[in-house]
Structures are given as C-alpha cells and as structure tokens.
Design a protein around this ligand. Structure first.
Ligand code: FMN
Length: 148
C-alpha cells in the first residue's frame, strides 16, 4: 500500500470540503491508503511515512493560514522526506484564493516535490463542479504515487 496524506486547515468548512473530495478521489485508486488530517495534528512521522501529499488552506490575509505556515515551519527539518514525492495544493477564499495558492505553491516549492497539477483555488463554499475537480486531483495524485 502507498500512503497519501491530505493535510488542511479550515475554520468554516470550505477547505475541509475540498480536502474530503481530494481524499475521496485518491481512495478511488486501489492500493492507496489515504489519511485526512488537520495541519495542527500533523506529526513529523505523518510526513516522513507518506508517499504523496495534498495541502489545502483557506486564504488568510491573501496568504496561507497561520496553521498551514506553522506546519510547514515545523516540518522544514524533514524536507528531504518530501523531495521528489507527488504533491498538490488547493485553497479557498473570498477573492484572495489565487494569491493564497501562489503563496502555498512558493513555500511548498522549498520542499522540492513532484508537482501534480492543476492546483485548485475556489471562491467561497465549493460547488459540485469544484468537488469533482478536487476528486480528479486526488485521483491523479494517487495514480502518480502508484506509478512512481
Ligand atoms: C482571519 C481571516 C482572514 C481572511 N482573509 C482573507 C483574505 O485576505 N482574502 C480572502 O479571499 N479571504 C479571506 N478570508 C476568508 C476565507 O479565506 C474564506 O472564507 C475561506 O473559504 C474560509 O475557508 P474555511 O471555511 O476552510 O475556513 C479570511 C478569513 C479569515 C478567518
């Protein structure tokens, strides 16, 4: 089994819905074990034991949320564990979701992942089409992990 870790922050549920959709998409691929966790609950072991990653954040002041930034800061010492592994990102916001996406992509770039695109930036509560897009992204992430 390969391990896909979906990490997110969410206060009012928008990003959480996308995270669940990404996880559901990844679960469509057989041989994949999917873990869905809030950023504040992530341990270095969660990071080092995973084979692929999805990171989701709300836009807070047009950048990633403090919880996501704190998590990246905490795992920076373990950045070698992410290098070359498939990873994707998604954000929600009320207009600033794209700038938050650019921000999270820039920070995650320091970990040298194998990017799985397209990244997703959703305004407001995710609609059905957004959830379907997130499921596709999760499936693509899982498939990239299997074929690595
Ligand atoms: C402290 C705070 C700051 C925010 N700043 C922005 C912002 O700068 N730009 C923006 O588009 N949305 C901003 N928002 C709105 C959230 O990004 C948006 O409602 C998001 O979908 C919430 O995601 P969640 O339901 O997963 O918490 C902010 C929300 C909070 C709580």
């Amino acid at each position: 089994m390969v391990k896909v870790l979906v990490v997110y922050d969410s206060r009012t549920g928008n990003t959480e819905k996308l995270a669940q959709a990404v996880a559901n998409g990844a679960r469509r691929v057989s041989g994949v074990d999917v873990t869905l966790k809030k950023a504040r609950d992530i341990t270095p072991e969660d990071l080092t034991s995973a084979d692929a990653y999805a990171f989701g954040s709300p836009s807070h002041f047009s950048i990633m949320s403090g919880e996501i930034l704190t998590m990246f800061t905490n795992i920076y010492a373990h950045r070698h564990a992410l290098a070359g592994k498939p990873a994707c990102v998604f954000t929600t916001g009320s207009g600033g979701q794209v700038t938050a996406l650019e921000n999270i992509e820039r920070i995650l770039g320091a970990f040298n992942p194998k990017w799985i695109k397209p990244s997703i930036a959703v305004e407001g509560a995710p609609k059905q089409k957004d959830l379907e897009q997130a499921e596709k992204l999760g499936e693509k992430l899982a498939k990239a992990t299997i074929s690595k």
